[in-house]
Design a protein around this ligand. Structure first.
Ligand SMILES: *Cc1c(COP(=O)(O)O)cnc(C)c1O
Length: 413
């Protein structure tokens, strides 16, 4: 007789309680929510979970660390204005995001704008608003200087540094080696001199080296390297460093074997290293900017089973949602080897009869997969399929127009 436990199919999910056999969000059954929304597919985000995540992080990290929300993770305006109540600032990555951030009433000094290829109208909007521009190239710096003098308004400039180290074990590397992001660390001393000569207001440094990291040792090493680099570069600064953005990189668990990142060692390391940093850069506000970590776990993507069929022994649940709404869950947004996001039959959470199925969307492409060969409660036409970890890089990171299906609704509760 075998006593083998089934191997977990994904990281454990416990953020949405089960009520009468259904997933619930903010105390409400998913069936209720589906009825209120009136159609599937939809995204639902739990506002309390977002707030709790910020609170937990604040409680864990040294008080000195300011938290910014990188709004490209979930740019839904009411999500951004909700987050703006709890975080210390917002990071935007386009002129469009800047409009949303300003509409939330966040003060200009707490908004920064990173992103390669900023256009003149974006630089102009940023300078007019008085936010901090994280400069990504020497050309961009000169364009900002020209626009600043045309507007007769001093631009607030931070340098995004392409570091001379990498964030190890990161889902997506964004620094180290040749990169389209930031100015190579070795060029920064000359650029600092130019900022002084151009009469721009120097704010500080932005050093972001990667995303979706679950390994405290890797984050700690990146923090140490970041501080070392910032202190080295600060020696050439035209004025005191007011802002040191050390990036984010904290990940959330999706796949088998992954669990929530242990903040303890990261916090302890920051606690140990910050005194020397603050002594060397006494005017610097130290910022961590996070997207996925703050909102990713707070969202579900819910679609409805439209058809169920067996093809040569393999069972398919065909749902009304798919990669056109949730590219990441289909595995086509940065995954090298496709793995299943955590998926559940949201109205049969306690059902014990299971079967192995693939959950696929309505698009005419074999890439439209939400779950491949997963063991799930036995489902029927009309049941609801929920994809967890859908609060970040979901709807806005997906090709809505592909195949001209209707859009998904989004609800924050
Ligand atoms: C995307 C991005 C972030 C957010 O990354 P997450 O992995 O979602 O935390 C932060 N900073 C910059 C500059 C980014 O481009």
């Amino acid at each position: 007789m075998s006593t083998n436990k089934p191997t977990p199919q994904h990281a454990p999910m416990d953020q949405f309680p089960i009520k009468d056999g259904c997933l619930s969000v903010a105390g409400r059954s998913i069936l209720d929510i589906a009825q209120q929304i009136g159609s599937t597919p939809f995204y639902v985000y739990d506002s309390d979970l977002m707030e709790q995540r910020v609170t937990q992080l604040r409680n864990a990290l040294p008080k000195k660390i300011h938290l910014h929300y990188a709004m490209k993770a979930n740019p839904m305006p009411i999500v951004v204005s909700h987050m703006a109540n709890f975080v210390d600032g917002l990071d935007v990555a386009s002129g469009g995001e800047l409009d949303v951030a300003l509409a939330c009433g966040v003060s200009a000094k707490d908004i920064s704008f990173a992103g390669p290829g900023k256009q003149d109208w974006e630089l102009e909007a940023a300078i007019k608003a008085g936010i901090t521009l994280n400069i990504e190239s020497e050309n961009e710096l000169r364009r900002a200087a020209r626009i600043s003098s045309e507007l007769c308004k001093q631009a607030n400039i931070a340098i995004r540094v392409n570091p001379d180290f990498e964030l190890k074990a990161s889902g997506m590397k964004m620094g180290g080696g040749p990169k389209q992001f930031g100015i190579d660390a070795e060029r920064v001393p000359d650029v600092l001199k130019e900022i002084g000569e151009l009469g721009l207001h120097f704010r500080g440094f932005h050093i972001f080296c990667g995303s979706q990291n679950l390994k405290p040792e890797a984050i700690i090493e990146a923090h140490d390297n970041t501080f070392e680099l910032a202190l080295r570069l600060a020696k050439d600064a035209p004025s005191p460093v007011e802002l040191l953005n050390i990036g984010g990189g904290l990940g959330i668990p999706y796949f088998p074997g992954e669990t929530r990142i242990d903040l303890g060692p990261i916090a302890a390391n920051l606690e140990a290293k910050l005194p020397a940093v603050c002594e060397a850069l006494p005017e610097a506000e130290i910022v961590m900017e996070l997207g996925r970590y703050l909102v990713g776990e707070a969202g579900l993507y819910v679609s409805k089973v439209i058809d169920k069929k067996v093809s040569r022994g393999h069972t398919y649940l065909i749902v009304d949602g798919g990669l056109h709404h949730h590219l990441s869950a289909s595995g086509n947004f940065g995954q090298v080897i496709r793995k299943n996001y955590p998926v559940a039959i949201a109205n049969r959470m306690e059902s014990t009869e299971t079967e192995e199925v693939s959950v696929v969307g309505p698009l005419c492409t074999p890439l439209d997969i939400l779950a491949n060969n997963m063991t799930l409660p036995k489902a029927d036409i009309g049941d609801l399929v929920a994809v967890y970890q859908s609060g970040a890089y979901g709807y806005s990171a997906s090709p809505h127009q592909f195949l001209s299906h209707p859009g998904a609704k989004e609800l924050l509760i």
